[in-house]
Design a protein. Structure first.
Lengths: 397, 391, 391, 397
């Protein structure tokens, strides 16, 4: 038993609890069967597997593309907490942080803003096809922390199309970009206000350049380039110039919570590997498992996993029922999970030892990807002031 | 029970409680009036049977008001009463009720002078007499030892040869008798908490108050103690953070409030996050436990994390306060001293790590003498570049 | 000078010095006899001009014997005497000599009640009179304030309009005069060290004892203070480690000495390594400085590292000792309290980090109000899944 | 200025101080000119560059192969302290932890045991050719911590060659293995005593299998396989059955000190990159350099570098002049350097941000390689008891 007390499963009284557990079970079965055997190879070859995606998104299978789409629009209609649990299962089953990120970007980061802020027309156009996995949504991980980093895409009114906009600029780190049907983009106006747009890939003068990235190579990466693209009014998501109070806080919170969720599973997989190594490796003539430093490290690994899960589930639950989503709790959950992922990776690496000849090298991949994970979502330079502002106030005294 | 679970009087007296090293009688009156002591037990034992969330909130509120008072009261009304109700039976309800009314105070007498968490070193022994039992031995570093009325005492059983029962027992010992001597031990933190030793010299125990018990079963009851100390740690950290936020907003340095400095913000944000993590785990653990599960590993993890976290948070608070934070009588100076007490209190943290590791599937702890370098070349200093042996 | 730089009498009295909060006269006699006070200065000032290694070894030896005594003696004989010799001239040699004989004691009066390291908040002012100067203001949290004879005092200059000299001065103020009132501040650690405030009310200063000085130049002299506090931190950590090793060898737990447990070994090894790292840097920094270089950044780095390291090492020592480590009067309980004093003493650690960053090429610190979240979307809570705004 | 106070250069009074500084200058020049421009590419292609090696080993150039070989045997005859300084320069100049490791294995770990423990014949046969770089020496990084890990190579007396030995077994993680002319090997007898051997590559039934390793790919790696190899008495290094007091403590100490030295340079290079990023990246509209968390991180990075250098130079100096080499001080220096390398990498990564598009990606490579560095030399599981034993005694009480 790895984590003796898994965070409470979705409440048994919830109408979809049984359905959610079924999806989790299917996710576990399918990732074990299809994703996990190929993970190390996909990682080495920086390869995206469309067949795998199709199987994971299949509405009669795990339905991972539609977890957060309402049932009325063809989705699974899960709660945020249930979705976290399934993304956690995906991470553990696939042992693939890149796959976890790619699916999370589509399922949560690209989907929820459309569901929460889209017009009825937008919801009806995009969400059913996103739920089935037919259309994938993508966005730049640099656009999930509002304007902490300088905006790189501008919007100006289209001279000949009232209500239309000309978008210009580039955004890199577009997760799932090469596979995407459409992009969620935030653009800055000349008065520094910002508007969110959903832009289809076939928009003229929109270019998608596949890029290489050292970390998370099983997630396809791209740079999105907009060369004075004309977009029509129906591409605006939410209110014109309203991104700062609508899409931006939502995206930040979604990133902090949901892209962390697969790491709970990755940490559990690492714990599993570390336990196995502790039982087989010897040092000074005795099994590692007999050594206090091994035992302490494993106790701390398990403890960190429990604590991270507690914070993440708490932050996710605020999206559900009568909860009030809280940027502070989401930021705290991300901050803790990042630190935990690093510490767990480091401790597991110590137990597993240098250059294990066999296995899928999860510890080395996770170590590489954890550095990237830590630097996204704004990193501590964004998370710290967000949390501190909740204690101190954020403006002039 | 005050629904806000706040203890303004106890909080106002906290600095004095620390400075004088004793809990004022008004605190006990406030505790009785608040219903705090009754929260943890069902009505048939004289309790009010609050739900887990209420219990945790009340504990944190009292610990924030005054950590020394919290320890003393909660060791008696929660830990000792749970030990009696878990291992005793109806005959012992008479012992529990006065703990919940606050008329009597209990101590959990486990540790002995020779060592900490290692029962092999314990020597206190219970022997049958014609009329009940006597207990002999010394218990040390025990909360409430100096003034408790009753000690839930771990002791060895002096067994007849044909007794195949456990080697250990819990004895419920009346401390107000001639065979009992008590002493104080001055301590760095939690100064208001009574702490010291109990020396038993042929102290009498009624036959029904000796409960034979395998040592391993005791962890079940002690888990309440880990929860107790964890919530003390969370509360002390929260108090230190609250003081730090207040100070950061008020204190002007280099022309602006400390609150405007990113370094201070980072410290506050880390503290906020780490306290939240511990508190959420405390609520989960308490909920499972109040619902009847053991939650032993979960609360063990909590104890490890919360107590060490609290030391870090209070040290950060001292640093944010600068020299004012080390002035005696300042709130954070007290929290800093209190926090370290929780780490070493209740059960050695590393013993808990061992226990959790065992339950993860690593098997029981295996000790061997530290001789593992001997067969290697690692006990020798090397020769130097030209082969001159220098060792 | 005792070549072994040990202070057995002072060490034997350390626990009492801490408990009573005052340095016994025998300590001062030992210090005079040992030649410690003369080590840091050349013969023409009454010193013995020891080399850097000897100075550092002697400082560490005294700090290990009794950290409170070390602070008091070294602030006077090293820091204050260096400030006088650095910024004064031949006329002030008369002030230095009695500090090195131990006949007089000096304090460095810099901090004021309003804030810590930020000089903008300092209000103490020196004004010319017909006959020399007067000083008015209050200095607080000053080592030796309660009993020093002389205070090297940082003050603003009340300048005539045509005076283009510096805004600040160092004033060498005789504290044995009617315009001076002193008070104690009780403090968590280093309890033997006199610590408190000085209130100047038209206190007199001779004209020659007021040295105009740009504030920025003061860091040069204060570097001696950073070295002083760093060596205190190293010594406290070393004492805590020594006590931990002794305890680990003696204490039997679960049938074998603590020393046989890998978890304890890991703690001891980490402490050993971290102390060595700090001590080597201290020797390097002192060697550069005694050779005439500033070594300001190097000693700044040392101060940051050594003081925070020492807090960790003493906390580990408390944990290795378990409950005995928090018993008042136990050596490690004292080290734990002392260690934290060094972090906040001498100069805020984060101010030193700023200074080092500046010298790395990042330019001077740039502050702006904490308003950077305001233009972003990060001050808003998000809508929930179905777009209901909840903020 | 990165580290304002570089650790004292070799003492100016030493006869070879000027020569050592010249070698350092040549190392700096050559690594900047030849190694550094190709580092990222060699890393990606897992490529070893023989031309580069030849240039670095050239006795009229940096002479890196012969630093610790006495001048009488064709080497540069440097002290251990001077050698550390040059390996540090190599790390900073090349920005290549793998190259640093490869050269250190040859120059220190394979060379010093022959110098210190070899017979006159062994010294005269191997050291001049090792000094020139003509012959490279290699060994398994699993054999540098005595028998902390189980021995994998056995020795039994050769039945038909008195004094000869039959060696059997495998050792992986042989750094520089594919390029080596000979191998330093420790083999266990059936009474668990051990003997050190120097075995030439052309020994019959000795096989070298090149292997792939995720970390330090610019160092060539191999598994050494000995299928009942017959070795003659002159292959024994030091005393038969004497490895535990001769070669083993020496190898452990050499590993702890010298393979750490290039990391001082890597840390300085990372500091340089972090400083550059702090000056160019902006966050919340201001340069990173203005932020306290940036400034604190850089101050701490610089401080850790100073502390690690102080410990390493102190441990190395004990090999020189009248010093007494100390396993404890060497272990402490390694322990500290490992922790510092990790912390510096992590802090630098935060300042440099995710997925920098340009540059040689030192921070990502160093992050990967630091994990491997931490796991070699025995890791904390060996370093901790070695240091603790010096405080506590290592045997039964």
């Amino acid at each position: 038993m790895v984590f003796p007390h898994h965070p409470a499963r979705p409440d048994g009284a919830s109408p979809s609890a049984k359905a959610a557990q079924e999806l989790a079970d299917r996710t576990q079965e399918l990732t074990h069967r299809l994703a996990r055997p190929t993970t190390a190879d996909r990682d080495r070859r920086r390869q995206w597997d469309d067949t795998l995606l199709t199987a994971l998104c299949d509405p009669t299978g795990p339905h991972l593309a539609g977890l957060l789409v309402p049932q009325s629009l063809g989705g699974a209609g899960l709660t945020a907490t249930q979705t976290c649990h399934i993304l956690d299962t995906l991470g553990e089953g696939s042992r693939d942080p890149g796959l976890g990120l790619a699916l999370t970007v589509h399922t949560a980061l690209a989907t929820v803003p459309l569901r929460a802020l889209g017009t009825t027309a937008q919801r009806e156009r995009y969400l059913p096809r996103m739920a089935s996995g037919e259309w994938l949504g993508a966005l730049s991980l640099r656009q999930t922390q509002s304007t902490a980093s300088p905006p790189t895409i501008t919007a100006r009114p289209a001279p000949e199309r009232p209500g239309g906009w000309i978008l210009h600029g580039r955004a890199d780190l577009v997760a799932l970009g090469p596979q995407a049907h459409h992009f969620l983009v935030i653009a800055e106006h000349d008065d520094t206000t910002r508007t969110a747009f959903v832009i289809d890939r076939d928009t003229p003068r929109l270019h998608v350049h596949s890029t290489d990235q050292a970390a998370m190579p099983t997630c396809p990466w791209a740079t999105l380039q907009l060369d004075d693209c004309l977009v029509l009014p129906d591409a605006v998501l939410g209110t014109v110039r309203g991104a700062a109070t609508e899409t931006e806080p939502l995206l930040a919170t979604l990133d902090w919570i949901f892209t962390s969720a697969p790491w709970l599973g990755i940490m559990r997989a690492l714990t599993h590997d570390a336990l196995a190594a502790a039982g087989t490796r010897t040092l000074f003539g005795t099994p590692l498992a007999h050594g206090q430093s091994t035992r302490f490290a494993l106790a701390d690994i398990a403890t960190r996993g429990e604590l991270a899960a507690g914070l993440l589930h708490h932050a996710a639950a605020q999206f559900d029922a009568d909860g009030r989503p809280s940027r502070r709790d989401a930021a705290a959950a991300r901050l803790f999970t990042v630190t935990a992922a690093r510490a767990v990776t480091q401790d597991a690496a110590r137990l597993i030892g240098p250059a294990a000849a066999d296995g899928d090298h999860l510890v080395e991949r996770a170590h590489r990807d954890a550095l990237f994970f830590a630097s996204t979502g704004g990193g501590t330079d964004v998370l710290h002031p967000v949390i501190a502002a909740s204690l101190l106030g954020s403006g002039r005294p | 029970m005050n629904t806000h679970h706040t203890f303004p009087g106890i909080a106002a007296r906290a600095a004095r409680t620390d400075a004088t090293g004793s809990i004022p009688p008004e605190n006990w009156q406030d505790l009785k009036d608040s219903g705090y002591l009754r929260l943890f037990h069902p009505p048939h034992l004289g309790g009010t049977g609050a739900d887990a969330a209420t219990q945790v909130q009340a504990m944190e509120a009292l610990a924030r008001a005054c950590s020394g008072t919290y320890w003393s009261a909660t060791v008696s009304a929660l830990l000792c009463a749970k030990l009696i109700s878990t291992y005793g039976d109806e005959r012992h309800h008479r012992l529990i009720r006065p703990l919940l009314t606050g008329d009597r105070l209990a101590a959990f007498a486990i540790v002995e002078p020779a060592a900490g968490s290692d029962p092999a070193t314990y020597r206190t022994t219970v022997r049958p007499t014609g009329n009940g039992y006597t207990v002999n031995g010394e218990k040390s570093r025990i909360t409430n030892a100096p003034n408790a009325d009753l000690a839930v005492t771990l002791a060895r059983r002096d067994k007849p040869a044909d007794d195949t029962g456990p080697d250990w027992c819990l004895a419920f010992v009346d401390l107000n008798q001639p065979g009992v001597r008590r002493y104080d031990i001055p301590h760095m933190g939690l100064r208001g908490m009574p702490w010291g030793g109990i020396v038993y010299t042929d102290a009498h125990i009624d036959e029904s108050d000796v409960i034979p018990l395998p040592f391993t079963e005791l962890a079940e009851g002690m888990t309440w103690g880990w929860l107790l100390v964890s919530i003390a740690a969370v509360a002390t950290a929260e108090s230190a953070l609250t003081a730090s936020v207040r100070h950061a907003r008020r204190r002007i340095s280099f022309g602006r409030p400390l609150a405007h400095m990113e370094g201070v913000q980072a410290q506050l944000a880390d503290s906020r996050t780490h306290i939240d993590a511990a508190r959420l785990l405390a609520h989960r653990g308490a909920a499972e436990r109040v619902a009847g599960a053991s939650a032993r590993d979960l609360i063990g993890m909590l104890k490890i994390y919360a107590t060490e976290m609290s030391v870090q948070v209070t040290a950060r608070a001292v640093q944010i306060h600068g020299a004012t934070g080390v002035t005696q009588g300042h709130e954070v100076e007290r929290h800093y001293r209190d926090a370290q007490m929780n780490v070493i209190g209740a059960f050695a943290t590393n013993r808990l790590r061992e226990q959790i590791a065992e339950h993860l599937g690593l098997g029981p702890a295996v000790y061997r003498p530290f001789d593992w370098l001997t067969p290697t070349g690692l006990t020798h200093d090397p020769v130097s570049l030209d082969g001159l042996t220098t060792g």
